[in-house]
Design a protein around this ligand. Structure first.
Ligand SMILES: *[C@@H]1O[C@H](CO)[C@@H](O)[C@H](O)[C@H]1NC(C)=O
Ligand SMILES: *[C@@H]1O[C@H](CO)[C@@H](O)[C@H](O)[C@H]1NC(C)=O
Ligand SMILES: *[C@@H]1O[C@H](CO)[C@@H](O)[C@H](O)[C@H]1NC(C)=O
Ligand SMILES: *[C@@H]1O[C@H](CO)[C@@H](O)[C@H](O)[C@H]1NC(C)=O
Length: 383
């Protein structure tokens, strides 16, 4: 075990086949009662037992009331080396996996340790005092006094320490060759033990490829994260996005929804707009000849089941739905019984409550259904 004081730090570790806690800096004085300090490990993020294990970085500064934990965007891959880095600069906590920043938080701020508790720190590798142990291999570990930038982390992944001119901020660089001289082992028996490999560091690191996270409702929506993808060219390898235009025509091939000219123009604009991101677009056009479909109206966000569902859905409020089957319009006129289903489409009876005039308003033999059929269940409606 090793004791020292530190303020802000960066930790870089290379881990594989992991379970639980590769490393943590704990508060020794209040250890039993508190979770102050920082922790890097692996834990399941879902409630389902050990499913979906991810790297996490948690931190609680001396003055914070709560612990903050950030987790990687994707599960870690067992039996494969990962390069994991965590940084904290007094403002941002960041987690990097294989050079990619995968999580960030600014919930903690200020120094990790107050002057009073600085002497209390203990760094543990491979587990904690609560017997949460790490089953896996660590190639090396380094700890810095300052938060490394993403560029530095990537450079370090590729070339090791040789790339750093100034090593004055390096607190520790451990390759575990002389463990017993520098560390106190707390476990009995055969753990931890040294394993020799004939694989070079370069080969180990080539396992750890740069992989941007999949986008969606994820960390990609975080501006800070997305900006650093944008700034680093290695994440901007050329990509092609394929898309398909479905153009609906009348049965006789006339009246296209969109002209060829418009399609070409849009394609050009797409390519121009995304060229700076190294993204190009590949288009195919699919023509559909179907007058019935061509006449349909598409209401964005209006699921058909919402029409006439007894409440007004503004997204479905359109003349072609009869203002959401009447629910978005105050019904003033009354519908007398003799008019219901009398073979004429009576507007005052044309809503859900009167079964759309008992079918009269969706009967093409009686009325122009393109204007009067609001029944979502009818094949004659035009939305
Ligand atoms: C596009 O990708 C190439 C090849 O990876 C790279 O050299 C170039 O810098 C990238 N361009 C932009 C604008 O990102
Ligand atoms: C045309 O579109 C309608 C929907 O508006 C669909 O029910 C019908 O099957 C389509 N016809 C053909 C030939 O695909
Ligand atoms: C529905 O649309 C009509 C016509 O556009 C409008 O007058 C009415 O206020 C809308 N109703 C609601 C509840 O949005
Ligand atoms: C419309 O008239 C045709 C022919 O007279 C008939 O076959 C069809 O069932 C009628 N449609 C409706 C909805 O009544």
């Amino acid at each position: 075990m090793c004791v020292w004081t530190t303020l802000h730090n960066s930790l870089l570790v290379l881990v594989s086949n992991t379970c639980h806690l590769p490393a943590g800096l704990y508060d020794k004085c209040f250890y039993a009662s508190s979770d102050r300090g920082w922790l890097l490990g692996i834990k399941a993020v879902s409630d389902q037992a050990n499913r979906d294990p991810r790297f996490f970085f948690s931190l609680k500064t001396d003055r914070a009331h709560k612990l903050t934990t950030i987790t990687s965007n994707a599960p870690y891959t067992p039996n494969q080396w990962s390069h994991v880095a965590i940084t904290y600069n007094g403002l941002f906590m960041k987690l990097y996996v294989n050079g990619a920043q995968v999580a960030v938080s600014r919930d903690q701020s200020g120094e990790i340790f107050s002057p009073l508790t600085k002497k209390c720190k203990v760094l543990m590798i491979g587990g904690n005092a609560l017997n949460h142990n790490y089953r896996g291999t660590m190639e090396h570990l380094s700890l810095w006094h300052r938060a490394l930038s993403q560029r530095e982390i990537i450079r370090y992944m590729g070339h090791g320490l040789s790339q750093f001119g100034d090593l004055s901020q390096l607190v520790i660089h451990e390759n575990f060759e002389s463990m017993s001289r520098r560390w106190l082992t707390v476990k009995d028996g055969s753990c931890p033990r040294l394993e020799y490999s004939d694989r070079s560091l370069a080969a180990v690191l080539s396992d750890a490829e740069l992989k941007p996270p999949p986008c969606g409702q994820t960390v990609c929506d975080n501006v800070e994260v997305i900006t650093n993808y944008y700034q680093l060219w290695s994440f901007r390898k050329p990509k092609t996005v394929r898309y398909r235009v479905i153009n609906v025509y009348d049965d006789d091939g006339r009246w296209p929804t969109i002209t060829d000219h418009q399609i070409n123009l849009q394609h050009q604009h797409l390519n121009n707009a995304f060229r700076v991101y190294n993204i190009s677009w590949e288009r195919t056009v699919h023509n559909v000849y179907n007058s019935s479909l061509r006449n349909r109206l598409i209401l964005a966000n209006c699921d058909i089941s919402k029409v006439g569902d007894e409440e007004c859905d503004p997204e479905c409020n359109h003349t072609l739905t009869g203002f959401d089957a009447g629910y978005c319009k105050r019904q003033t006129a009354r519908c007398p019984e003799y008019k219901q289903g009398n073979g004429v489409c009576d507007p005052e009876c044309n809503w859900d409550n009167f079964y759309y005039d008992h079918g009269d308003c969706c009967n093409p033999n009686i009325t122009d259904v393109t204007k009067t059929c609001f029944n979502p269940a009818s094949p004659h409606r035009y939305f």
